[in-house]
Design a binder for this molecule. Structure first.
Ligand SMILES: Nc1nc2c(c(=O)[nH]1)N[C@H]1C(S)=C(S)[C@@H](COP(=O)(O)OP(=O)(O)OC[C@H]3O[C@@H](n4cnc5c(=O)[nH]c(N)nc54)[C@H](O)[C@@H]3O)O[C@H]1N2
Ligand SMILES: Nc1nc2c(c(=O)[nH]1)N[C@H]1C(S)=C(S)[C@@H](COP(=O)(O)OP(=O)(O)OC[C@H]3O[C@@H](n4cnc5c(=O)[nH]c(N)nc54)[C@H](O)[C@@H]3O)O[C@H]1N2
Ligand code: SF4
Ligand SMILES: [Mo]
Length: 725
């Protein structure tokens, strides 16, 4: 009789930004249970329904374990060496024939939840020397980075709401109770929000939908999608009019304060009321409450970064926090002090913005990337610099980026495509070669990125739970082999072989972490920890290490050329003309009011993970969640009944899906979740394909972008809605 012992393994859940600690009980090589880790000092036992789906991912028969090659007879398994050889040959051939930029690269969201991919992917992609780099950043948080770069001097210097100490939190375009927080790593947001109320504070949501977060809030106000920049302009206007501006401890660190009053002068609360749908007195009352609170923070997230004025809003939000003295102070918007600091203290040499432009639509580069809204046109438009081959890693842009049909078609036109992914999904089905990395439980984990976005300073290293399956390679090994095989011809074969061997030995991800810790803010013997912390010591702390509440980082944290916070970067000031033309010019306002269109917004639900966890039966079970939420009055006027099919159309495309009547919705606005639209021919997603849903990104329009950053507009997209019999 064989006896199996049950053991507990502690690690970080890699599925979202909340980075919860989990406890996995294992019998032999079988998972017995996945629960929250009560001893994790940060998440204290919290998890959401997604954590248990890690087991489904681990056991999923559809998860790829061997490289695949597309042939006339279908997919065939090939050896790693064959897959690498062919990939390197095809990439080299295409770059030689058409130039470096003929290779495009797209990196998806799980990249930043994956230590190996972050450390070892970076060198590989840099070495390819293509300007055609894209990522999920430009369907997400790009405006946050641009605002941080131009105001504070570094794209990662992102203000984080000090949710655990604030007295007043105003939430714009985020639904953290469901999303579990973003650019605010805060496990158990619900508890943290309730704690604000328990200590006598308040939180308020501004959202075109009465969301799950709004239901817990002290107040909720509907806002017309896309109009948030006006709303914050009016809030700043009220500050100046009532002499409420007080930068407090930052007064000596800010520049261009004298310009701001003039910029906001025309934007009174009365003047923006019609366009935002918020009463003037509601706006001024919010500002008065905000200023009266001991500490307060305005927090904005994806509902406003993925709209037409995404960058303007993020600038204005930072500005509002600064002008009320709430930046870099307790209970306001603060900066993290991560164990491994990717920002450092070195001032960047110039802006990483608009140094060059995309070929077809002339979108500016930001942080050496173009907006993904330009990807399809760069593949489809002939001429020098046209993309002929793609590498897609940890992304599913065929579902996650605007105008799905166009990108789906474009990928079909490529001469070669490599996917680094463990699913044969909507995107990787276009690949010629698929290289599958191990599952999340088969690799070690450390949150290099999310430690920079966290509401407490905290760190945890998790070892791999399982050995990767026999014959598979880690993502580090995949990237190192690709780096080696595509290394510049100038390097001798001997030098290349030496580099490869030693690179892996010296720069194992763990070695990188050790160096990072020793160079980081906690390394000095006089640091808060009062000890030198090594990677070895961290690795022993299986529940993680709490490094305390956020600390003030200014003035040292300002990395602009002259060390001052730039309150009015010329790029942002210039973009106000666009805001003025769209909303304040009488003709355009009148046109908006007479149109019959709806404005489309998105939504998330607790059991989704963008487009990629739908092959888990636990995530997919229950009633259909891919529905169009519509206000009952609107539905009545169009003759739409609950559950009835509706056709929703935009310039980019159309979808048919069931309507769900709900007075959560602001009149004139409909909401469709993203990440659905499975069931495409040639995918290997047995469960997901049985619950396909439709993709909202058939409707989002690649031509609609935030002019400053090129970030896609996914909220506030004009659509028509019609009932179907
Ligand atoms: N309309 C609309 N569209 C949206 C959004 C929205 O709110 N509305 N949200 C946007 C946002 S915020 C984001 S972040 C994007 C996400 O967009 P993407 O990153 O393009 O898509 P995901 O759905 O996250 O797909 C991730 C892929 O990575 C694979 N994968 C998972 N883990 C790993 C790994 O460790 N290694 C490798 N190599 N592959 C892995 C999965 O199998 C899957 O194919 O979607 C965006 N799209
Ligand atoms: N369950 C689940 N959790 C997730 C994800 C998931 O797919 N599923 N994805 C993860 C990812 S990659 C990210 S980036 C985060 C995002 O995390 P959040 O930013 O919290 O994202 P959402 O839940 O989409 O919330 C956006 C809110 O903005 C509102 N909104 C839409 N348009 C406007 C507008 O014009 N103005 C205002 N004021 N509000 C508007 C929407 O109604 C919605 O309530 O979530 C992460 N967490
Ligand atoms: S909230 Fe859920 S998905 Fe996010 S880290 Fe925690 S358990 Fe994982
Ligand atoms: Mo995201």
């Amino acid at each position: 009789m064989t006896q199996t012992t049950t053991r507990s393994h502690y690690r970080t859940c890699n599925l979202c930004e909340a980075i919860c600690g989990i406890e996995i009980k294992v019998n032999g090589d079988q998972i017995a249970s996945i629960k929250g880790d009560k001893l994790d000092p940060f998440s204290q036992g919290h998890i959401c329904p997604k954590a248990v789906a890690l087991q489904d991912l681990q056991d999923d028969p559809d998860r790829l374990k061997k490289p695949l090659r597309k042939t006339a007879r279908g997919w065939e398994e090939i050896s790693w060496s064959e897959a690498f050889r062919e990939t390197a040959e095809r990439i080299a051939g295409i770059q030689k024939k058409y130039g470096r930029d003929a290779l495009g690269v797209y990196l998806g969201n799980p990249t930043v939840h994956n230590l190996d991919a972050m450390i070892f992917g970076a060198g590989f992609f840099r070495q390819l020397k293509t300007k055609n780099r894209f990522s999920a950043t430009s369907v997400d948080q790009l405006p946050h980075h641009l605002a941080a770069m131009l105001m504070f001097g570094h794209p990662l210097r992102l203000p984080i709401p000090d949710i655990d100490r604030t007295d007043f939190m105003l939430i714009l375009g985020a639904n953290p109770v469901v999303s579990n927080g973003s650019i605010m790593t805060a496990p158990n947001v619900r508890k943290r929000l309730k704690a604000i109320q328990a200590r006598g504070g308040k939180f308020i949501t501004i959202d075109p939908r009465f969301t799950e977060t709004s239901k817990l809030a002290d107040q909720h106000l509907f806002i017309k999608p896309g109009s948030d920049a006006l709303f914050v302009m009016a809030m700043i206007n009220h500050l100046f009019k009532n002499e409420l501006v007080d930068c407090g401890h930052l007064s000596n660190d800010v520049e261009q304060l004298d310009q701001i009053a003039g910029l906001v002068e025309a934007y009174t609360a009365e003047s923006v009321a019609a366009a935002t749908g918020i009463n003037a007195t509601d706006i001024t009352d919010l500002v008065d409450q905000f200023c009266a609170a001991e500490s307060a923070v305005l927090y904005a997230r994806i509902g406003v970064s993925t709209h037409e004025f995404g960058t303007l809003v993020n600038w204005l939000v930072n500005l509002f926090n600064i002008l009320t003295g709430n930046l870099d102070s307790k209970g306001g918007a603060m900066f993290t002090t991560p164990l491994i600091d990717l920002i450092g203290r070195t001032k960047p040499k110039g802006k990483k913005y608009a140094r060059y432009f995309s070929r077809v639509s002339h979108y500016p580069e930001t942080m050496s990337e173009f907006p993904v809204a330009a990807l399809a046109e760069e593949i489809l438009t002939p001429g020098e610099g046209q993309i002929k081959a793609m590498i897609v890693a940890a992304g599913n842009p065929v579902l996650s980026t605007p105008n799905n049909d166009q990108l789906d078609h474009a990928f079909g036109e490529l001469e070669f495509m490599l996917s680094i992914d463990f699913y044969l999904n909507e995107t990787s089905r276009h690949a010629d070669i698929i290289l599958p990395p191990p599952s999340p439980l088969e690799r070690s984990h450390f949150d290099l990125v999310f430690n920079h976005l966290s509401v407490r300073n905290y760190a945890k290293y998790s070892e791999a739970l399982f050995e990767k399956s026999k014959g598979s390679l880690s993502e580090a090994e995949i990237y190192l082999e690709l780096t080696y095989l595509t290394a510049p011809a100038g390097l001798s074969a001997k030098a290349k072989a030496w580099t490869k061997m030693n690179f892996l030995k010296i720069f194992k991800a763990e070695g990188f972490l050790d160096k990072g810790i020793k160079k980081g803010p906690y390394a000095h013997p006089k640091s808060k920890l009062n000890q030198d912390l090594s990677f070895k010591q961290l690795a022993k702390l299986e529940h993680g290490l709490d490094l305390g509440p956020l600390q003030p980082r200014f003035p040292d944290g300002i990395l602009t050329a002259n060390g001052k916070i730039q309150l009015a970067p010329e790029e942002f000031v210039g973009d106000l003309m666009r805001l003025q033309a769209q909303f304040m010019d009488q003709d355009s306002v009148a046109a908006q009011q007479t149109g019959h269109s709806f404005l489309l917004i998105g939504r998330r639900d607790p059991r989704t993970c963008n487009s990629w966890m739908h092959n888990s039966h636990r995530m997919i079970k229950g009633k259909n969640r891919c529905t169009a939420l519509i206000n009952p009055e609107d539905a009545r006027s169009l003759g739409i009944e609950d559950g009835q099919s509706v056709k929703v159309s935009s310039r980019a495309g159309e979808v048919v899906l069931p309507a769900a009547l709900s007075d959560e919705m602001m009149p004139g606005v409909i909401s469709i979740p993203h990440g659905w639209g499975h069931g495409k021919e040639g995918t290997r997603l047995d469960i997901a394909n049985q619950h396909a849903g439709v993709s909202v990104n058939q409707l989002t329009d690649e031509k609609l972008v935030d002019a400053l950053s090129g970030n896609a507009v996914l909220n506030g997209v004009p659509v028509e809605v019609l009932p179907i019999d």
